[in-house]
Design a protein around this ligand. Structure first.
Ligand SMILES: [Zn+2]
Length: 79
C-alpha cells in the first residue's frame, strides 16, 4: 500500500512540474498587461492615448489609434 502512495506522489509531482513548465507564458502576461511600461502615444484624430506598439502612422508622421482614424485623417486632409 505504501508503494502505491509513493508512486501516486511521484506522479503528482511530475504533473505539477509539467504544469509549471507549461504555464509561465500565460501567467507572465496577466499581471503586467500588454501596456505596462510601454510608451504611450496620442491619436492625432480622436486624442485617445494608446500603447505605441499599436500605433498607425500617417505619411506626415502623426500617430493614430487605429487604421480607421488613420484613414479618416488622411481623407480629411486631402479635401
Ligand atoms: Zn483615434
Amino acid at each position: 500500500m505504501a508503494r502505491i502512495l509513493f508512486f501516486a506522489l511521484i506522479a503528482a509531482i511530475i504533473y505539477w512540474i509539467v504544469r509549471r513548465a507549461a504555464a509561465p507564458q500565460n501567467r507572465r502576461a496577466d499581471p503586467s498587461g500588454p501596456a505596462a511600461g510601454a510608451p504611450m502615444l496620442q491619436c492625432a484624430f480622436c486624442g485617445v492615448h494608446f500603447p505605441a506598439n499599436e500605433a498607425r502612422f500617417g505619411a506626415d508622421g502623426r500617430s493614430f489609434c487605429g487604421e480607421a482614424h488613420q484613414q479618416a485623417a488622411f481623407h480629411a486632409g486631402t479635401k
